[in-house]
Write a protein that binds this ligand. Structure first.
Ligand SMILES: [Zn+2]
Ligand SMILES: [Zn+2]
Length: 405
């Protein structure tokens, strides 16, 4: 993964290699399956007595990948964000609040709600209005302090005005007026001024809407680009492929495709989501862990400070599947110095629930027939592995990696 990063696996691998005499290596070479290889290595005294935990602990202190949330650090970053606000540097404030969120422990919901409120102010100044509304929604759902709510309701109302969502703005101004009753810290004059302003806005908005015949609010803007589509019909057997190709299998050629009609230059023939993919460690704080897009307004993982998500949808998908298993061990994977291929191999398993594998394990050796499903693990399991062309050193190396995890 990190080409210049030498993890603890290398030391483990070299040390175990040195301990294995020719007989042991020969015994290993004669094994036929991966599970037998891993079991054999696990039984070796050199592996049983190896202090891998010691190596891991040495690499756990400090470094690029902190393992735990850290409230003190979160507060320090938030204070820096507040200082950036005082200087009018909203872009810097946005960045610092986002960084701070990463370190807020799950149970500190109020702290997190304040960060979302602060970030919504930065987003509003940066004219990112849809994002402002999303952060206000998050802040309120996390129990933002009642005596401060008038601020976010007012921000929400003004943001909705910019987006011409006047019906929603009316509700937000009404909420502002109610929330002002609880604004203990606000002096009487300011409170009165805000109340008068909000009431005036309500009057203007209501009049305007009546005159216009009470039109519906425009739909919120969607930024996700439309999904690509195949130009013609889909292949009945391989729905990810176009009907312009036919896919067959032959012992000699393996799986291959032939054209069923003339194909135009540049014509799309296949649109398929990868079965699995992982984000490199160095992008874990800048890109979504689930869909890999760059996140300028990231959402933190509730349980670790190591990854970010672009949306609640991506976060939920990850938390329900692979990140539930990987959350606490990701720094360990990165520090092991394992290759990205090893991490993908793990993700192929963690991205599905345990029940899924319980279900398919009974007939895992039968190649699936019928319509080809891209997300069926058995299709990956039955890919040609070219085991006869791999070296014994390669088998040893990969089995050791499995053992070290
Ligand atoms: Zn995403
Ligand atoms: Zn996590």
């Amino acid at each position: 993964m990190c080409a210049n990063y030498e993890g603890f696996f290398k030391k483990f691998h070299e040390s175990i290699d040195n301990c294995m005499d020719d007989v042991t290596k020969n015994n290993f070479t004669n094994l036929e399956t991966n599970s037998k290889r891993v079991l054999y290595l696990c039984s070796l005294p050199a592996i049983k007595s190896y202090d891998l935990r010691g190596d891991i602990e040495k690499s756990e202190t400090g470094g690029e990948f902190p393992v735990k949330k850290d409230l003190e650090k979160a507060r320090k970053l938030k204070d820096e964000g507040n200082k950036a606000v005082q200087k009018g540097d909203w872009a810097k404030a946005l960045q610092l609040y986002s960084q701070s969120m990463l370190f807020v422990p799950r149970k500190e919901t109020e702290e997190l709600s304040i960060l979302y409120a602060n970030r919504s102010a930065a987003l509003n100044h940066l004219e990112q209005y849809e994002e402002t509304l999303s952060d206000i929604k998050r802040c309120l759902s996390l129990g933002y302090p009642r005596h401060l709510r008038y601020k976010v309701y007012e921000r929400k109302a003004r943001t909705l005005l910019v987006l011409k969502r006047n019906q929603e703005a009316i509700t937000a101004f009404q909420n502002t007026i109610s929330a002002l009753d609880e604004a203990e810290g606000l002096n009487k004059e300011k409170r009165q001024k805000m109340r008068t302003d909000a009431k005036l806005m309500l009057e203007i908005l209501n009049k305007g809407l009546t005159l216009a015949g009470n039109p519906k609010d425009p739909e919120p803007l969607k930024k996700t680009p439309p999904k690509p589509k195949l130009p013609g019909k889909n292949n009945a057997q391989y729905p990810a492929a176009s009907e312009a190709i036919q896919i067959d299998f032959d012992e000699k050629k393996g799986r291959y495709a032939t054209a069923t009609r003339d194909i135009q230059a540049g014509e799309t023939l296949l649109i398929e989501k990868p079965f699995s993919g992982v984000l490199l460690g160095e992008y874990s704080k800048t890109h979504c862990q689930n869909c890999f897009i760059k996140c300028s307004i990231p959402l933190p993982c509730p349980n670790c400070p190591n990854v970010v998500f672009c949306s609640e949808k991506c976060s939920d998908t990850a938390q329900k599947t692979y990140h539930n298993y990987e959350c606490q061990i990701l720094p360990l994977l990165w520090k092991s110095g394992c290759s990205v291929t090893c991490h993908i191999a793990l993700r192929m398993i963690t991205q599905n629930r345990k029940e899924y594998f319980n279900e398919i394990s009974a007939n895992i050796d039968d190649k699936p027939t019928g319509v080809y499903k891209t997300n069926d693990y058995r299709n990956i399991y039955h890919l040609v592995a070219h085991e006869d062309e791999r070296t014994k050193q390669d088998f040893l190396h990969r089995s050791q990696m499995a053992v070290s995890w």
